[in-house]
Design a protein around this ligand. Structure first.
Ligand SMILES: Cc1cc2nc3c(=O)[nH]c(=O)nc-3n(C[C@H](O)[C@H](O)[C@H](O)COP(=O)(O)OP(=O)(O)OC[C@H]3O[C@@H](n4cnc5c(N)ncnc54)[C@H](O)[C@@H]3O)c2cc1C
Length: 487
């Protein structure tokens, strides 16, 4: 069985790793991974500067999704996994240039604690009253109709909750727009809760009670409590994962700076044109962004290409700034802040990196990681690095104030990374689109589509999909004779 993998981001790398494992256990499988850029890893890229670990793309993964940590352990990186510093976890939202802490008890946009919600300056009195009344929300029977996250949140908690919670959280995490993202895909648990309980707050409280009962059962059974950090990272950055996978792969099967320029399907299998050669393969894992997959698959199935091309993507920029802490005033405790689009700023979010993961920044240094761009501000991508750094410095000064930033001179180091059309957006109707895509893919034997456009945007989901596709294909009977046919 010969398999081509198009795209060497984490999804394609995870697929290649799985195929390499299959080879190691005697499965007759060969693979060729084609990556357009000169380096592997896609959005995963980190760099250590003067002892400070700077992430250009993702900085961590959600601990509750096990696929990434599992892969790290398989690769011998178990001891390199570090938890987020959750004791200090506190996130702020910028409201009229002031940092307002997200109230305690907020779970997936749902307020669950009465007192902190009543006391927070984040919401007006009328929104607080609406949050209390939400407990009486009747169950919904539109379980088959999709709507935007903004529409769902507004129906339950009002427009201010969209502006101060849903918008900043979704743009700060997905570079997304709450008015476009699908509630059924992005927040499926909330949609289920609405169907069952009516009130999201009552639904979340019930889920929390069940979770606590399960946890205390497990704790009683095992005799220990196991609090888990929300995020897990690698001490040496995401690049460690990319390097560890690459070290396992057969170098003869990995082709960087080799964009795939055409795909055809005929009775021999899949013809893949890359770097001036055509190879014939029994199966194909397309791990490029969906828009690139659409372009390549147009000659094979125009309707599939149309669906892939219609999945929206957002672009983003990360700007890392290293400062000497002596030049800064006392930062508020916590991991950083989110900026609602209504504040009219370029920054969508900023992480206090030295607070979120301990031991990755030298003592006495502070690292700010600003996140810019998103669906509403693509134009920023064409700004120069110097202009982007200037924007971030100005906005940090305006948001954190003179007390903190007033004495800060030039940062000791700046790093700007642009991620063009890198983050898929699960827009309203995404689930149905994926069902249509899956139906078309099922009619094309040997084809698998993996990556962040389909069933989860985060690193663990991309790893899960990549490995699953590879396992399925490695189990199929081979058709093409094992020697590659190039012409
Ligand atoms: C700034 C940023 C921060 C993020 N933060 C987090 C986070 O903290 N936690 C988290 O879990 N997730 C995060 N994400 C999301 C996560 O990083 C991505 O969803 C994930 O890495 C996508 O992996 P992928 O393999 O699907 O795609 P990509 O990483 O985009 O890789 C696709 C690859 O395909 C290649 N390619 C395209 N066309 C061709 C072609 N024709 N031929 C050959 N190769 C081709 C591209 O060059 C690219 O390398 C973040 C993303 C970004 C951009």
């Amino acid at each position: 069985m010969r398999i081509a993998i198009i795209g060497g981001g984490i999804a394609g790398l995870a697929a290649a790793f799985e195929l390499e494992k299959a080879r190691g256990t005697g499965t007759e499988v060969e693979y060729a991974l084609f990556e357009a850029r000169e380096r592997l890893g896609g959005s995963l890229a980190s760099e250590t500067v003067d002892g400070a670990m700077l992430e250009r793309g993702p900085d961590s993964f959600l601990t509750e999704k096990p696929a990434a940590a599992e892969l790290c352990r398989e690769l011998g990186l178990g001891d390199e996994l570090i938890p987020s510093n959750d004791i200090a976890r506190k996130t702020y939202v910028v409201v009229h240039n002031r940092l307002v802490a997200l109230p305690d008890g907020l779970m997936f946009l749902v307020p669950t604690k009465l007192l902190p919600t009543a006391l927070t300056p984040l919401f007006s009195l009328s929104t607080k009253a609406r949050m209390a009344m939400e407990l009486l929300h009747p169950p919904s029977n539109n379980r088959h109709v999709d709507e935007s996250v903004a529409a769902l949140v507004e129906r339950h908690y009002g427009a201010e909750a969209v502006d101060r919670l849903a918008d900043p959280l979704l743009s700060g995490i997905y570079g997304g727009d709450a008015a476009q993202l699908s509630a059924r895909t992005v927040l499926p648990r909330l949609v289920e809760m609405e169907n069952k309980y009516g009130s999201l707050t009552r639904g979340m409280l019930a889920a929390h009670r069940q979770m606590r009962a399960r946890a205390s059962g497990t704790a009683a059974g095992s005799g220990r409590r196991a609090p888990r950090a929300l995020f897990t990272a690698l001490r040496g950055g995401m690049q460690q994962l990319v390097d560890a996978i690459t070290a396992q792969l057969d170098p003869a099967g990995v082709h960087v700076s080799t964009p795939v320029s055409a795909i055809e399907k005929d009775s021999d299998g899949w013809r893949v044109e890359a770097g001036g050669f055509i190879g014939i393969y029994d199966a194909l894992i397309v791990a490029s962004p969906a828009w690139a997959a659409g372009v390549l698959l147009r000659p094979v199935d125009p309707a599939l290409a149309e669906e892939l091309g219609a999945i929206p993507y957002s672009s983003s920029i990360t700007v890392n700034l290293i400062y000497d802490e002596k030049e800064l005033g006392a930062l508020p405790e916590g991991f950083g802040f989110l900026v609602p689009p209504s504040e009219g700023r370029s920054m969508l979010a900023c992480t206090f990196v030295h607070r979120k993961f301990l031991g990755r920044t030298p003592p006495g240094k502070a690292v700010f990681r600003a996140f810019l761009g998103g669906m509403k501000n693509e134009a920023l991508l064409s700004e120069t690095d110097a202009a982007l750094v200037a924007i971030v410095r100005r906005e940090l000064r305006e948001i954190l104030g003179e007390k903190i930033m007033g004495r800060a001179g030039e940062p000791e180091h700046t790093q700007v990374s642009r991620w063009q059309q890198a983050m898929a957006q699960y827009a309203v109707g995404h689930k149905q689109r994926i069902e249509r895509i899956n139906a078309r893919v099922a009619a094309l034997p040997g084809l698998r589509l993996v990556g962040n456009a389909y069933d989860g945007i985060g690193v663990p989901d991309c790893i899960r999909l990549g490995r699953q596709a590879a396992r399925e294909l490695a189990a199929l009977p081979a058709k093409v004779p094992s020697a590659p046919q190039m012409r």
